[in-house]
Design a protein around this ligand. Structure first.
Ligand code: 13P
Length: 346
């Protein structure tokens, strides 16, 4: 057992806190900036990340931040490496280490996540820069005949190889098998596929001797496809999600940190809250590791302008506070109503 990684996992799962995923590649962040007319340069991306990382309330509700290669090498406006800035606020710096989902050979429309070549050396370098944990995202599409068996197996195998290398390097691996929301599938189909994928992932982790006590799982919630004709209520999503996790995630895993996956920010908060309020056994901590659901309102408020920094930081802190409450099952509509920030209704 590695005491270092177990204690990092505990820190990440502190009561009432969750993780901020700020690990968009420069290409993805450029698309988000373009949509708002914000110029995307190495400097503007750094300014944006520094704005997020220094939000006054951030450390109260955010235990860790996932960065990307460009960001972990950047320094704040006052010359402090961003990883060090986070650590000085009591936030564990993390790093996304996969190199993206690439087309899977002989499997039209499916992908396999790459990044294993040279990973041992990269992990050692990131550890030296202060990272305490890492992330790798596998992407699973639902469609007719998809996912295929081979797609699930190769992605699970790669997740386990990555997780084993992380633990060797004393980094906590966040294992993220994301079943996408895109498509017209039902909530039942999402549950079936997610269950199958989780089963394959935990089999691969066990075969490759990954210590479940020193990893976090980052799954999707069980929701209908975005083009499904039958929407699901918050209660239905919560019940299906917790049931699927109970059937497929061993109790030795200390924490489940959900991705938001394109849900609106308020809905992602409401779902997390409903899951935590359900009765019955929950052997893991259940919290958030949101990207868009934490950042969208802040990015919109910031719009690339220095004079908007305070409003943007308030927007991030507000979402983090609401999600922190949801991680304890204590989120209420009044928390949104008392905010000075206005959101479109979900
Ligand atoms: P979203 O919450 O925007 O899905 O991002 C989380 C993440 O880290 C995806 O890999």
């Amino acid at each position: 057992m590695n005491l270092d990684t177990e204690s990092t996992a505990r820190t990440l799962l502190a009561d009432g806190k969750g993780i901020l995923a700020a690990d968009e590649t420069p290409g993805t962040l450029t698309k988000r900036f373009d949509a708002l007319g914000i110029p995307s340069t190495e400097q503007s991306r750094r300014t944006y990340r520094e704005m997020l990382f220094t939000a006054p309330d951030a450390a109260t509700f955010i235990s860790g931040v996932i960065m990307q290669d460009e960001t972990i090498r950047q320094k704040s406006s006052t010359g402090t490496p961003l990883a060090q800035l986070l650590a000085s606020r009591g936030i564990v710096p993390g790093i996304k280490v996969d190199t993206g989902a690439k087309p899977l050979a002989l499997a039209p429309g499916e992908t396999v996540t790459e990044g294993l070549d040279g990973l041992r050396d990269r992990l050692a370098e990131y550890r030296g820069m202060g990272a305490g944990f890492a992330k790798w995202r596998a992407v699973i599409h639902i469609a007719d005949g998809r996912p295929s068996g081979p797609c699930v197996i190769v992605n699970a195998h790669a997740l386990a190889r990555y997780a084993a290398l992380c633990q060797e390097a004393s980094l906590v691996p966040i294992v993220e098998p994301e079943v996408l929301m895109d498509g017209s599938h039902s909530i039942e189909r999402c549950e079936e596929v997610t269950g199958m994928v989780l089963h394959a992932v935990f089999q691969a982790l066990s075969e490759q001797r990954v210590a479940l006590e020193s990893m976090l799982l980052k799954p999707n919630m069980i929701v209908p496809g975005t083009a499904s004709s039958r929407p699901a209520s918050v209660e239905e999503v919560a019940t299906a999600t917790l049931g699927c996790l109970r059937r497929n995630v061993p109790a030795a895993v200390p924490g489940i940190v959900f991705l938001s996956g394109g849900q609106s920010d308020r809905l992602a908060t409401a779902h997390l809250n409903a899951i935590n309020r359900l009765p019955g056994p929950k052997p893991w901590k259940i919290t958030f590791s949101y990207g868009r659901a934490l950042q969208d309102a802040a990015l919109e408020a910031w719009h690339g302008r220095d004079d908007n920094v305070k409003a943007a930081q308030e927007a991030l802190s507000h979402r983090a506070r609401c999600n922190g409450a949801s991680s304890l099952g204590r989120y209420t509509d009044e928390m949104e109503a008392t905010s000075s920030i206005r959101y479109p209704t979900p």
